[in-house]
Design a protein around this ligand. Structure first.
Ligand SMILES: Nc1nc2c(c(=O)[nH]1)N[C@@H](CN(C=O)c1ccc(C(=O)N[C@@H](CCC(=O)O)C(=O)O)cc1)CN2
Length: 289
C-alpha cells in the first residue's frame, strides 16, 4: 500500500480557517493581533519565509509589521529594532528570522525579546517553560510536527521516535515536546556524533529528519509502516532537496513531503502562537481588572 501523505499544505489551510474566527473575536474586542518580523540581510530563502508569513497573516486578519536591516547590521542595530518591537502596542507578537548574519549574536537577540511577544517560542524563558511543561508559546516547527501527526491520527504515545538534528528551531525542542506527559513518546535525538544512525532509524516508528543532508534517510533504513517526516532544507540547483529519499514512500506508512509537509505547518503554528499570545494578554487584563 502506498504511504499516506501527511499534507501540511491542506492542514495549514484548515488551521488558518479555524484561526480566522478567533482573530475576528479579538479584533472586535479592540485587540487585533499584529505579527512583527525582523529580516536581517538578503537571503532569498529567508525573504520567502518572511513574505509567506505576512501573506498568511493577511488571510486570517492579523496585522503585519515588517522591519528589515542590511546584511551588514551590527548587534546594536538589531537590538534597536527588538526594543522598538517590544514597545510597539500594535505588535502583539514577533519573530526575528533566523539565521542571523555571523556578526550578530543570535542568543543575545533572542534574550532581548519580550518573552510575552515571542511568537517563535525561542526566548530562553519560553524554552524553560517547555522544559518545565508549563503553558507558553511553543517553537513553531516542533509543534507543527506534533499537530500534523495528531490530525492524521499517527500515534506518538509509546512510540519510538528518532529525530535527526539537534538545532534550536527543530530537533532539540521537538525532543522536549514529544517527551512531555501529554505526548509520551520515547525520543532518540541523533546528530553528527551518532555512531550508528541506520540502527536507530531501523527501530523507529516515527522518523523526523532535520539534518539538512539531502537523501540522508533511504528506504533500506526505514521500518515498514513507519511515519517519516522530512524537515531538512538544502537547495540543489535552486530547488529544495529534503533529507528523505523518494524511495522511502514505498516502505513508510505515512510521509510528510518536503515541500508541502512540515513547512506550511510551521507557518500555521506561528499564526496560532500570535493568536494565543493576544488571547493570553486579554485574559491577564480580565484577571487584573
Ligand atoms: N525565526 C525563525 N527562523 C527560522 C525558523 C523558525 O521557525 N523561526 N524556521 C526555519 C524557516 N521557516 C520559518 O521561518 C520556514 C521553513 C519552511 C517554510 C515553508 O513554508 N516551506 C515551504 C516551501 C518553501 C519554498 O518553496 O522555499 C514548504 O515546505 O512547503 C516556512 C517557514 C528557519 N528559520
Amino acid at each position: 500500500m502506498p504511504a499516506t501523505i501527511l499534507d501540511g499544505k491542506a492542514t495549514a489551510a484548515t488551521i488558518r480557517q479555524e484561526l480566522t474566527a478567533r482573530v475576528e473575536a479579538l479584533t472586535a474586542a479592540g485587540r487585533r493581533p499584529g505579527l512583527g518580523t525582523l529580516l536581517v540581510g538578503d537571503d532569498p530563502g529567508s525573504r520567502w519565509y518572511v513574505n509567506a508569513k505576512h501573506s498568511d497573516c493577511a488571510q486570517v486578519g492579523i496585522a503585519s509589521i515588517q522591519r528589515e536591516l542590511p546584511a551588514t547590521a551590527t548587534l546594536t542595530d538589531v537590538l534597536g529594532v527588538v526594543e522598538e518591537l517590544n514597545a510597539d502596542p500594535a505588535c502583539t507578537g514577533y519573530i526575528v528570522q533566523l539565521p542571523l548574519p555571523r556578526q550578530v549574536d543570535e542568543y543575545a537577540v533572542l534574550e532581548a525579546m519580550d518573552p510575552a511577544k515571542d511568537a517563535d517560542g525561542l526566548h530562553p524563558t519560553n524554552l524553560g517553560r517547555l522544559v518545565l511543561g508549563v503553558d507558553g508559546p511553543l517553537p513553531c516547527t516542533p509543534v507543527g510536527i506534533v499537530e500534523l501527526l495528531r490530525r492524521y491520527d499517527v500515534p506518538v504515545a509509546g512510540a519510538e521516535v528518532v529525530v535527526v538534528g539537534r538545532g534550536i528551531t527543530v530537533g532539540r525542542p521537538l525532543g522536549l515536546l514529544l517527551t512531555r506527559r501529554t505526548e509520551n513518546a520515547t525520543v532518540t535525538l541523533c546528530h553528527t556524533g551518532t555512531r550508528d544512525l541506520a540502527a536507530h532509524l531501523r527501530s523507529a516508528d516515527v522518523v523526523v529528519a532535520a539534518a539538512g543532508v539531502p537523501g540522508l534517510v533511504t528506504a533500506d533504513v526505514v521500518k515498514p509502516g513507519a511515519a517519516v517526516l522530512d524537515v531538512g532544507v538544502s537547495r540543489v540547483d535552486g530547488k529544495i532537496a529534503g533529507d528523505v529519499a523518494a524511495d522511502v514512500a514505498g516502505v513508510a506508512g505515512h510521509v510528510a513531503p518536503n515541500p508541502g509537509g512540515v513547512g506550511p505547518m510551521t507557518r500555521a503554528m506561528l499564526l496560532q502562537n500570535v493568536v494565543l499570545a493576544a488571547e493570553r494578554a486579554v485574559a491577564a487584563e480580565v484577571l487584573t481588572a
